[in-house]
Write a protein that binds this ligand. Structure first.
Ligand code: 5AD
Length: 483
């Protein structure tokens, strides 16, 4: 992360300027009431989804605007902020373990400030201090504006709690600070109104709010100016986006027209909000990638009802059929939960058969994890035994691995357009990048450059990777071949 000097907070709808790389030490002035004598060096550690990655970039923006610095090595930090996830129990367990490690560090450096941000902070609230009493700050997703103030306040003995959810908080005036790269994530909507019974998100991220379309288009223009080639629009149910009558389809059209943008993606849409306008935009905007991550969760209508997903398995299948008719070769991926409350073997098998029928390119698959505070926790017993959840998960993983491997194998001999992202971790002679359908592809560099779109002939595949070689010179602009 880069350092940045003072930037005043701007009015809503108007963003502060993008960061300047010049690092500066503390100054004797104040911004937003923060005495700069206390400028801190902050290391941010991120767990969980892309939304959290995006929130960490926002936190970096807020801190640097008020005169603090972010640092990329923990040894250089006097504050560690852990940005957390609460979606499943193991996400929280991981963070608790990490906090214990940080406590060892704090014993060696007693002045170290430890802050917990994000969904787990909001979920556990002050109970977090019972398990981790050495934590100095607990800040939920709508409290980041108070981080500079909290950093000052923790000089006293009491921890700082920022846990108020605020429906009007969209951080529209804050300029996030991103690492340089090819792909930028852009939050277009915060919170969630869907109330799926298994899900903690509405309780920890509050109600849904969308950012203004005009501002988002300007953001994408700035991202392109900064050198990003691909933008991923983020929201909990990203396609329920709405701004003054503009829907998600219109946003896709508007953003995809930004000059110089190569690719546009979004995640994650909700099947119930898959409108004609969204499908039209994917079908007709060349820069919108032909990839849809469309969480199914369960193939059983009865389970979907208990989950309050607001669609039936039949409606979902009809949507997939429509998508494949309108956008041939669309790459479909999904999320699945097994072992949800009351899931019978027959209901599980409906999920299995739906996955076998739809043949997703890939899937994220989870065992149901009961979350305190959710509607399911209050009303439905978590009655599928852990071993049974494990068995069901293993079965669908095996099924999906086979499907993914088969789909990829069929691509041998084809040419795919790949946006080059960076050097392969395994072999510095190779680059890796993604196809339009978000498949990781590895190939010898030849004359290509990071940021190019190159045509790669696929020679070999696994369930998760395509391996090939550049089949012609880099095309640089819009690709003709999509996958
Ligand atoms: N247990 C297991 N998986 C969950 N997800 C959300 N909540 C839970 C839970 N309580 C999964 C869903 C969602 C993805 C982000 O995480 O599949 O789409």
């Amino acid at each position: 992360m880069k350092n940045q000097t003072l930037f005043p907070l701007h009015n809503k709808g108007e963003r502060a300027e993008a960061p300047h790389p010049a690092p500066q030490k503390s100054q004797d002035s104040t911004s937003a009431g923060v005495p700069q004598a206390h400028a801190r060096r902050v290391y941010i550690e991120t767990y969980g989804c892309q939304m959290n990655v995006s929130d960490s970039e926002l936190i970096a923006g807020i801190l640097t605007q008020s005169g603090h610095q972010t640092v990329s090595h923990i040894d250089d930090a006097d504050v560690v902020l852990v940005n957390t996830c609460a979606i499943r129990e193991n996400a929280e367990t991981k963070v608790i373990n990490r906090l214990q490690q940080l406590n060892h560090r704090k014993r060696r450096h007693p002045e170290l400030i430890i802050g917990v941000c994000g969904c787990m902070a909001q979920h556990l609230r002050d109970r977090l201090l019972e398990v981790a009493p050495y934590v100095d700050m607990v800040m939920g997703p709508d409290a980041y504006r108070n981080l500079p103030m909290a950093l000052n306040a923790v000089t006293s003995r009491d921890p700082f709690l920022g846990l108020r959810l605020d429906k009007s908080e969209d951080y529209a005036d804050i300029a996030s600070i991103r690492k340089e790269g090819i792909r930028a994530w852009l939050t277009i909507q915060r919170g969630c109104d869907k109330m799926c019974t298994f899900c903690i998100v509405p309780f920890v991220r509050g109600r849904e709010r969308s950012l203004p379309l005009k501002l988002l288009v300007e953001d994408v223009e700035k991202l392109v100016e900064q050198g990003f080639k691909e933008v991923v629009l983020l929201g909990q149910t990203v396609n329920s986006y709405r701004d003054n009558g503009h829907d998600f389809g219109e946003l896709l059209y508007a953003v995809s027209e930004v000059n110089g943008l190569e690719r546009l993606r979004f995640t994650s849409p909700h099947p119930a909000d898959a409108t004609e306008s969204m499908i039209d935009a994917i079908a007709s905007c060349p820069r919108v990638c032909k990839h849809l991550h469309l969480p199914l969760q369960s193939g059983s209508t009865a389970v979907l009802e208990r989950m309050r997903r607001t669609y039936t398995a039949e409606e979902y299948r009809a949507l997939v059929e429509k998508l494949r008719e309108r956008i041939p070769n669309i790459v479909l991926t999904t999320d699945i939960i097994v072992g949800f409350c009351g899931e019978t073997e027959a209901e599980f098998m409906q999920t299995y058969h739906t996955m076998a029928e739809i043949r997703y390119d890939s899937a994220f698959m989870f065992k149901y994890s009961e979350r305190a505070g959710t509607l399911a926790h209050k009303a439905l017993p978590d009655d599928v035994p852990e071993t049974e959840k494990g068995r069901r998960l293993k079965e669908i993983i095996e099924l999906q691995e086979k499907i993914s491997a088969d789909i990829n194998r069929a691509l041998v001999g084809e040419t795919v357009a790949v946006l080059v992202e960076g050097e392969s971790r395994r072999d510095a002679e190779n680059y890796h990048g993604k196809t339009d359908g978000f498949k990781t592809t590895v190939f010898p560099k030849q004359d290509s450059q990071i940021g190019d779109i190159v045509n790669v002939r696929v020679n070999n595949t696994t369930a998760h990777t395509l391996i090939g070689q550049i089949s012609n010179i880099p095309c640089g602009g819009q690709q003709s071949l999509r996958l």
